[in-house]
Design a protein around this ligand. Structure first.
Ligand code: ATP
Ligand code: MG
Length: 757
């Protein structure tokens, strides 16, 4: 087999087939490529039967690509086991699961949604207070206990006398029993039961040790304790284990990955050969040096430095934009500028720290007709929670919109099953009414079961109420009110799962979309009475619901989502691990966002973020661009930001662009104090999120004790004077918007302070 495409060190690693081997090397040095060639070499040169080779990768995508490359090298299909840890365990258990005590090999796999359903049923059955013990927290406890190898009965014994501990132990016990009874396994069980199987039946373990004559693991720095056990048990057989990784790229510590697995490899597998690769084939000199100037700030690392034969290439560019919209637009403009005849859109990637950042880029790309795909996430306007809330707003705008009504009638869960819904629809069509009108009738509500009747009653009341006041409210008042009064937000809060938290974050981010719309009203000219001069003044009319919904429909329609080929990739830095792109944009380089505020407290946390920064930067082959926003709005709340400490760590000689920080004692030209990125505070998405939620819950309670003659400010119509008050209805004449009749308990009103007049 021709290995001439590999360098000497790589060839050495490929040829060293017997005994333990560690390839510890930096990004883009060809670790994955070496591993791939090694599989082909074992088959072609050593005559190894392909089914005797096990190669473990971090994601299904990586496994698919590796298989493809091996098959390309060999020119035929191979049946080697190239897969993730979970897929490996699933396959082993399907073959030999019958030897387990509590399961047979035709078990079903429970995904997180199934797991939650089980825990919820237990909570109900045991009458547990789900506010004190939310399902998400219980599942997290169960997962921790399982990973630590603690059996339910042992945990129960340990918790004896501890009231809340005992509750958790009983849930764990019931959960375990339910899964066994249903012959089901969750993801943790796949790994754990494989280990159990190996322990219980050494013969089975031995058969796999014999089968896997050669074992390889990519991205070994991100394996956790249990995965390590699987690998080391299997490798004890033949001892031909090759692991590949980079301690500088360990980015899953928060998920239990243990960097010691790679650092202790030589101790765990005595006699291991260690190959270090130092030549990088991916990036230009500037990109490599830039990445090194950041990672070298980690105290807890073994120093290693990559070199390249590639030219120095372009400088890393850094743009400090005005705000997140300008940032997205800048990236879109740059992509259009850089995408010449030689390039494809698929040569570009935008990497961010959190999925919530994708929205502004999706919008900017749609506006400029740039095809894109969001990897590992869902497009913002395709998300269920966003579609649900848009359906609610449509219903407020037009209660006869049956499609929207059907979408949300049981969102959140109100106990309206498909059977009830089809009966309601039949009734509505028989009477020529809309579903909403039918449901809102007291005799219909009364005829449903109590829970459904009450919940639907609350929902229809809210829709009706906002429908009648919609012209007097800002879109944001309606949105907040719907989140609050339909029970949508509280249902998510009750669920208390990671997934529900993300949904809440997306819903709060929708407030940015709404404020954005409200803050850009049409500008009108106002004649000054005295001098006849014109002055442009902002109209307080903040747009209306119908116009807003049309705008949203447009954005979500003309999107350029293109999952297939020629599209820009949008993804988090975490999911970019192992990949490469000619052009990379790393966006949101601000303290608080990246490094994330969650990690800024602890030095270890920041070190893991710094490794993530290194991973992100080393994805770039030809050109790396970094951006930050001076002012960032998230969840509808904006604040000035401070640029990321990683930007300040980067060697300024390698950087070019308006955002480049110049030492304070050097002459700086044309940069405002804000632009230098030091005067702001770390951005705090957490505070913005909390503030946004608080605002939703508080809502508008209106003003009490108003009387004719009072001067008020309305958030939509501006200043005016109360003409008349009759119970909850007030008539107000506004200076600009004319006379309006308002429901006083909902109106966003404030009194004008004496001094303001
Ligand atoms: P990461 O740490 O990011 O996972 P890696 O070490 O696995 O990186 P690869 O993805 O295997 O690196 O290789 C990086 C790039 O360098 C790929 O495009 C690969 O084809 C190329 N490459 C690897 N080795 C050589 C070589 N000897 N000659 C030329 N190109 C090479
Ligand atoms: Mg790799």
């Amino acid at each position: 087999m021709d290995l001439s495409g590999l360098n000497d060190k790589q060839q050495e690693a490929v040829r060293h087939t017997e005994g333990p081997l560690l390839i510890l090397a930096g990004a883009g040095s060809g670790k994955t490529a070496t591993m791939t060639s090694r599989i082909a070499y074992l088959i072609e040169e050593k005559g190894t039967y392909p089914g005797n080779i096990l190669a473990v990768t971090f994601t299904n995508k990586a496994a698919g690509e590796m298989r493809e490359r091996v098959e390309k090298l060999l020119g035929r299909k191979v049946n080697s086991w190239i897969m993730t840890f979970h897929a490996l365990c699933l396959r082993i258990l399907r073959r030999d699961g019958d030897h387990l005590d509590d399961h047979s090999s035709d078990f079903v796999v429970y995904d997180p949604a199934d797991q939650r359903a089980v825990v919820k049923a237990i909570i109900k059955e045991r009458n547990i207070d789900d506010k004190k013990n939310p399902p998400g927290a219980l599942l997290a406890t169960i997962s921790d206990l399982k990973s630590a190898g603690v059996e339910p009965k042992d945990f129960l014994a340990e918790m004896q006398g501890d009231f809340s501990g005992e509750i958790r132990a009983r849930v764990y016990m019931d959960y375990d029993r339910t899964l066994k009874k249903n012959n089901a396994m969750d993801f943790d069980d796949l790994i754990l039961n494989t280990l159990k199987l190996f322990e219980k039946d050494p013969g089975i373990l031995r058969s796999y040790q014999d089968r896997f004559r050669y074992i390889m693991v990519d991205e070994y720095q991100d394996t956790d304790g249990l995965q390590y056990k699987i690998i080391s048990s299997l490798a004890k057989g033949r001892g031909n284990i090759c692991v590949v990784g980079d301690d500088d790229q360990s980015i899953y510590g928060w998920r239990g990955a243990d960097i010691r697995n790679i650092l202790n490899f030589e101790k765990d597998f005595p006699g291991a050969m260690v190959v270090k690769l130092e030549q990088n084939y991916r990036s230009t000199g500037n990109i490599l040096d830039g990445a090194y100037s950041v990672i070298k700030n980690n105290k807890d690392r073994k120093d290693k430095r990559l070199w390249t034969r590639h030219e120095r290439g372009e400088a890393i560019t850094y743009a400090r934009c005005d705000d997140e919209k300008e940032e997205a637009d800048y990236v879109a403009r740059e992509i259009i500028r850089l995408c010449g005849p030689e390039e494809d859109f698929s040569d570009f990637a935008v990497l961010y720290r959190t999925n919530a950042q994708s929205r502004t880029f999706e919008e900017a790309f749609s506006r400029r007709d740039i095809p894109y795909r969001v990897v590992g996430g869902i497009r913002y306007y395709e998300r269920k929670e966003i579609k649900d809330m848009i359906a609610y707003m449509r219903l407020v705008s037009n209660p006869r919109d049956d499609l929207s009504m059907e979408r949300i009638i049981n969102e959140p869960k109100r106990g309206v099953g498909p059977g009830t819904l089809s009966k309601l629809k039949a009734l509505a069509s028989a009477e020529g009414l809309s579903v909403f009108e039918t449901v809102a009738r007291p005799e219909i509500l009364g005829g449903l079961n109590k829970k459904a009747g009450t919940a639907l009653g609350q929902m229809t009341d809210a829709i009706r109420k906002y429908n009648s006041e919609k012209d007097n409210l800002r879109v944001s008042d309606i949105y907040d009110g719907l989140l609050r009064e339909t029970g949508y937000l509280s249902a998510l809060e009750m669920a208390d799962t990671k997934e529900a938290d993300i949904r809440i974050e997306n819903l709060m981010e929708f407030k940015s979309v709404i404020y954005d719309y409200q803050e850009k009203p049409p500008e009108i000219d106002v004649y000054m009475e005295d001098g006849g001069e014109t002055e442009t003044e902002r109209n307080r009319e903040t747009g209306d619901l119908e116009e807003f919904l049309e705008k949203i429909a447009l954005i979500s329609d003309i999107d350029n989502h293109d999952p297939t080929e020629n599209a820009v990739t949008l993804m988090t830095m975490h999911s970019a691990k192992g990949l490469e792109f000619p052009y990379v944009f790393m966006v949101g380089m601000e303290d608080g966002l990246f490094p994330s505020w969650r990690t800024m407290e602890s030095p270890e946390g920041v070190e893991e973020e710094r490794r993530l920064c290194y991973v992100g930067m080393t994805r770039a082959m030809k050109r790396l661009s970094m951006t930050s926003a001076e002012y960032r709005t998230m969840y509808g709340k904006g604040s000035y930001t401070r640029e990321s400490q990683f930007m300040r760590e980067m060697d300024p000689k390698l950087l070019r662009g308006d955002g480049v920080y110049v030492e304070k004692n050097e002459v700086r030209t044309g940069t405002s104090s804000l632009r230098d990125g030091y005067s702001g505070e770390p951005f705090s998405p957490f505070d913005s999120l909390r503030e946004a939620k608080r605002e939703v819950k508080k809502g508008s309670v209106g003003l009490k004790g108003l009387k004719a003659g009072d001067r008020v400010v309305h958030k939509k119509f501006g200043e005016g004077m109360v003409l008349e008050v009759d119970g909850n209805v007030g008539v107000v004449i506004f200076d600009r918007a004319g006379t309006k009749k308002l429901a006083l308990d909902m109106a966003p009103l404030e009194r004008v302070q004496e001094t303001d007049i």
